[in-house]
Design a protein around this ligand. Structure first.
Ligand code: ZN
Length: 467
C-alpha cells in the first residue's frame, strides 16, 4: 500500500457539455445518472453553479484559473495563442504544492496548460456509417491504468478527466440508444427535424452522424440522454477503482461541466451556443468526507471561478501571491455564507459575439454584432415568470433593459479598471476563425460564413487554437 499522503488527491471529472437539468440528481424526470446520484449523496450538490463564459476554452479557463474573463482574457473557443502566463492554473499550483498532475482528453487547449502528463483517447468523434461511439470506455481504457500508477507513487495527485459523451455527436452504444426512446424516429409525418436540417451552418454536421431520414427531434434528445446514462455507467468504474485502491476518502472528487447544451432550445440546435440557461447552468458535485458534508444541497449562487479557491481551501494549500477572482465554497457548505454573487456578467464569443447580465430574476442579452440565428439585438427575459426564456420583453420593458445595461456597463468598467486590461469581448478580432472578415455586418453574412462541415472539421475546431 502507498504511504498515506498528507494532502488529499484531487480527481476532477470535467465533463464536456453536461447540462445540469438533464441529470436525475438535478431533478430530471429520466433516470440518466443513477451512479453519479448515489455518489453525490456522499457529498454536496451545488444547485446554482453557472458557467458565465461559455463554451469550452473559456469555461475550463475560468474553472482552472479561478478567474473571470477580465483576468484571464479568455472568452473564445478559438482563443488566439496561449493563455496569459499571469493566469496560473490549478495544475501548476498543485504541482508547486507537490502534486503529480495528469490530464486526460484535453491536450493542446490554451486552458489546459500546466499538467506534467497528457494522455489522449480516441473515439470521441465519428459518423453514422462507422457505428456507435464508446467515448467513456475509451477514456476508462487510459484513465484506470493511469489512476493505478498515480496511486502507487508517493506524491498526492491531481487527475483531470474530460469526458466527451454529452458532446455531439450523440451516438451511445446499445442499450443506451433505446433507453429513453421507443418511437419511430423516421416517421414521415413528424416534421420536428425540418428546421434543424434547414440550418445551413450545422446541417452537414448533423447529417453526418444522425440517422439518415431522421424526422423526430425527441429521438436526438434521447440520444443525448442516452450518452449521459452510458457515461454515468462508465464513471462508476472510476468510482469503484478509487474505492478499491483505498484512497477514495482521502480524495477530493469534483464533478462539473464546462458549459451546458442547447438541444432543441432557442433554435440553437444540438450544440452549446446562446447564453440561455441550458448552456449556463452546470452541475457541481464535491465529495471529500473530511470537509464536505454528505447529503447536502447548496442553493447559493456560484460560478466556475470559485472552484480553484475551493480546492485550495479543502486541500489546505496556501499559494503565496495568488490573486483569484473566485472565492471558496467552503463557507457555503458550513452554512456561514448563503450565496456568492447572484448577479453576473455572461459572454459568448464562439458562434456569436454577445454579452449580457444575469440576475436571479432577469437576463439581458446584448449582441455585439449580428448573429447567424437572426435573433434580435437585445433580449430580455424574466427568469421567474418565464424560466424557458421564450418571451423576449426587451421592447415592452425598456426601463429594465436600461437598468440592467447600466449595471453591466458599470461592472465592465470596474473590471477593466481593476485589471488594467480591455474587456476581451472587445478585442477578439476574427473570433469566428475567418481571418480578415472582422465583425459580421449582418446576420445573413454570419449565416453564410459560419459552417461546420463534418465531425473531422468539428474535431479540428475543438483541438486547434487560433495561432
Ligand atoms: Zn465544451
Amino acid at each position: 500500500m502507498p504511504a498515506r499522503t498528507p494532502k488529499p488527491n484531487v480527481v476532477h471529472l470535467g465533463i464536456d457539455s453536461l447540462r445540469a437539468d438533464h441529470m436525475s440528481c438535478y431533478g430530471y424526470a429520466r433516470l440518466t445518472t443513477p451512479h453519479m446520484d448515489r455518489f453525490a449523496a456522499g457529498g454536496t450538490v451545488f444547485e446554482r453553479t453557472y458557467s458565465p463564459h461559455i463554451p469550452t476554452t473559456s469555461g475550463y479557463g475560468s474553472m482552472f484559473t479561478g478567474m473571470d474573463c477580465f483576468s484571464n482574457q479568455v472568452v473564445a473557443l478559438r482563443h488566439k495563442g496561449a493563455m496569459r502566463p499571469e493566469a496560473r492554473v490549478m495544475a501548476e499550483i498543485l504541482q508547486d504544492a507537490g502534486y503529480a498532475t495528469t490530464c486526460i482528453g484535453f491536450g493542446g487547449n490554451a486552458a489546459s496548460r500546466g499538467f506534467e502528463k497528457y494522455i489522449e483517447y480516441s473515439g470521441s468523434w465519428g459518423v453514422w456509417n462507422d457505428g456507435r461511439l464508446h467515448k467513456a470506455e475509451r477514456l476508462n481504457d487510459v484513465a484506470i491504468p493511469e489512476l493505478a500508477r498515480l496511486v502507487e507513487q508517493q506524491q498526492p495527485f491531481y487527475l483531470f478527466l474530460r469526458h466527451m459523451d454529452p458532446h455531439a455527436p450523440y451516438m451511445p452504444p446499445a442499450p443506451f440508444e433505446r433507453l429513453f426512446y421507443h418511437g419511430h424516429e423516421c416517421d414521415p409525418a413528424n416534421e420536428s427535424m425540418a428546421p434543424v436540417m434547414a440550418f445551413k451552418p450545422f446541417c452537414d454536421f448533423f447529417a453526418s452522424w444522425m440517422p439518415p431520414a431522421i424526422t423526430d427531434k425527441d429521438y436526438v434528445i434521447a440520444q443525448y440522454d442516452g450518452e449521459v446514462a452510458y457515461m454515468d455507467a462508465c464513471i462508476q468504474t472510476v468510482f469503484t477503482a478509487l474505492e478499491a485502491s483505498g484512497i477514495l476518502d482521502n480524495t477530493i472528487v469534483i464533478i462539473n461541466s464546462d458549459h451546458g447544451e442547447t438541444l432543441y432550445d432557442h433554435d440553437c440546435y444540438f450544440d452549446h451556443h446562446g447564453m440561455y440557461d441550458q448552456t449556463l447552468h452546470v452541475p457541481l458535485i464535491l465529495r471529500y468526507p473530511a470537509k464536505v458534508p454528505a447529503g447536502l444541497r447548496v442553493a447559493g449562487y456560484n460560478q466556475h471561478k470559485d472552484l480553484l479557491p475551493t480546492v485550495l481551501d479543502l486541500a489546505g494549500i496556501k499559494a503565496r501571491g495568488l490573486k483569484l477572482d473566485g472565492r471558496s465554497l467552503a463557507p457555503m457548505m458550513r452554512g456561514d455564507a448563503v450565496s456568492h454573487e447572484s448577479e453576473f456578467y455572461i459572454t459568448e464569443c464562439t458562434w456569436m459575439r454577445k454579452h449580457g447580465w444575469r440576475t436571479p430574476q432577469w437576463k439581458l442579452i446584448v449582441a455585439l454584432e449580428p448573429d447567424f440565428h437572426f435573433k434580435p439585438e437585445v433580449e430580455l427575459y424574466n427568469l421567474v415568470e418565464d424560466p424557458g426564456e421564450k418571451d423576449n420583453l426587451a421592447e415592452k420593458e425598456p426601463g429594465m433593459v436600461a437598468s440592467l445595461r447600466a449595471r453591466m456597463e458599470s461592472w465592465i468598467a470596474r473590471r477593466e479598471r481593476e485589471t488594467r486590461m480591455a474587456n476581451p469581448m472587445y478585442t477578439q478580432g476574427d473570433w469566428h476563425g475567418f481571418e480578415g472578415v472582422g465583425p459580421f455586418k449582418t446576420s445573413q453574412q454570419a449565416y453564410d460564413t459560419l459552417h461546420i462541415g463534418d465531425p473531422n472539421q468539428a474535431a479540428r475546431l475543438q483541438a486547434e487554437s487560433r495561432k
